[in-house]
Design a protein around this ligand. Structure first.
Ligand SMILES: *Cc1c(COP(=O)(O)O)cnc(C)c1O
Length: 440
């Protein structure tokens, strides 16, 4: 495809050349501004996140009732130290990683097995609450476990939820919606893995498949939904509610780090590396963390070299006005959760001054990290979820030993526990082969 004329600062031109050549890059955000000077100009506030937190607390008795495996009805993931992986990376990359290395295990989030259990489930629950309250079936003071009663299931079966997805958002919204009693249609792109489609069908979800990519699936889903007054479309590109569901991770993560005695302040910075697709998941989490830690947290997005949508949108300032195809890239990656060619402008505009930077990673490296992490820590992730692991290697030169010595690096592991065993075996074998072929 032909190049669009794009506005880009002179300093970023060499970087654009590298991106076009599919080389791994890191971009540091020249628009970064102290959080205190940005917070009030954003379209969301801390209060919105607190409201979302309270809503999830109201729903906890219901979640606990229908998903007894969810402890206290709060869908959250653990954090763990990964010292063996740190040593392995230092050896493989011949580079010191200054500070602690930890991992946030969103692969273990119950129900959906990915970061999508945060935003997706939150938005479905909020929609159910709104409908039930409007129809005088529920009051916010009620014990929400009544929502598991049959009369609610019958009521919700009059309504449809639709969503466009590369896979995991469909899983999260499909499973939750079907459980509540909604009719649910998931519009899936060609990159979506077959097992994800089959899992959804087995839960009674209608899966509509498209030969084209994610943007087309979203477009068609939205059109179909708009033609049905009882249908609600969950809009991955523009949804405030999804974003807020993700943002709740901020305060919960702070609490977990406190309990682990991990200090975050101006002498002890926190670096967070988040795999990024359309932007909602990592964007919401980053926003939630900025609310907690301000400038003491540095958030970076990680994207495949073939799909650097958010990086392009941010560095050009064009947001959804540019796609990876516009610069000649094919948006083909094994990281199905990140196979997005055009970023969310809603998220991009929020990130513009609060994100510290973004980097890209080659698909083969995702597999090498996948297998190393399994070997060193017995943690099995899906390829998308490994994208952040290059972060601690890439940031060390820029920030320097003195600042990083007391730092904590947190790689956000965004998914993996629902991957069928035989498919995970294949991922592992591929990484093992690649490791053998090349030491790094
Ligand atoms: C969706 C997803 C992401 C990225 O979230 P976006 O909201 O699309 O940016 C990262 N990792 C995994 C495993 C995902 O499913």
């Amino acid at each position: 495809m032909e190049d669009k004329t794009i506005s880009i600062s002179k300093e970023n031109l060499p970087l654009l050349k590298e991106i076009k050549a599919l080389r791994e890059v890191i971009w540091f955000n020249e628009n970064y501004t102290n959080f205190i000077n940005v917070e009030d100009s954003l379209p969301l506030s801390h209060k919105d996140v607190l409201n979302a937190e309270e809503r999830l607390i109201r729903f906890a008795p219901y979640i606990e009732k229908i998903f007894p495996e969810v402890k206290n009805g709060i869908i959250e993931s653990p954090i763990s130290k990964i010292d063996n992986m740190k040593k392995r990376m230092e050896k493989d990359y011949e580079k010191n990683i200054y500070g602690n290395l930890i991992v946030k295990r969103d692969d273990l989030l119950p129900i959906a097995g990915s970061i999508k259990a945060r935003g997706g489930i939150y938005e479905v629950l909020k929609h159910a609450e709104t409908l039930a309250i409007e129809n005088n079936m529920l009051m916010s003071e009620d014990d929400y476990s009544i929502l598991a009663e049959n009369r609610f299931k019958e009521f919700f079966s009059n309504y449809t939820i639709q969503v466009g997805s590369t896979g995991n958002l469909g899983l999260s919204i499909g499973i939750m919606s079907a459980k509540i009693g909604f009719k649910v249609k998931v519009h899936m792109s060609s990159d979506a893995k077959q097992w994800k489609k089959e899992l959804l069908k087995s839960k009674g979800v209608e899966v509509i498949e498209y030969a084209s990519d994610y943007s087309k699936a979203v477009l068609e889903g939205r059109k179909l939904s708009d033609n049905d007054s009882n249908s609600y479309f969950i809009d991955d590109e523009n949804s405030k509610d999804l974003f807020l569901g993700y943002a709740v991770a901020g305060s919960r993560t702070r609490k977990q780090l406190d309990e682990m005695n991990i200090i975050v302040d101006d002498k002890h910075p926190l670096f967070v590396y988040l795999p990024c697709g359309v932007g909602g998941g990592p964007g919401g989490v980053a926003y939630g963390l900025k609310l907690m830690y301000g400038d003491n947290v540095h958030c970076f997005f990680a994207e495949p070299t073939h799909s650097p949508a958010m990086l392009l949108g941010l560095m050009t300032g064009l947001h959804d006005g540019i796609s990876v195809e516009d610069i000649g890239l094919d948006n083909r990656t094994e990281a199905d959760g990140l196979a997005v060619g055009r970023p969310s402008s809603f998220v991009g505009k929020i990130m513009d001054k609060i994100l510290s930077g973004a980097f890209t990673i080659d698909d083969n490296r995702l597999y090498r990290f996948l297998t190393s992490l399994a070997q060193e820590e017995n943690i099995y992730l899906e390829p998308s979820a490994l994208a952040g692991f290059l972060g601690p290697i890439l940031t060390s030169d820029k920030y320097g030993k003195d600042y990083l010595n007391n730092a904590t690096h947190m790689c956000w592991a965004t998914g993996g526990s629902l991957v069928p065993k035989n498919i995970m075996k294949g991922y592992y074998a591929k990484g093992e082969l690649l490791i053998k072929r090349r030491a790094k």
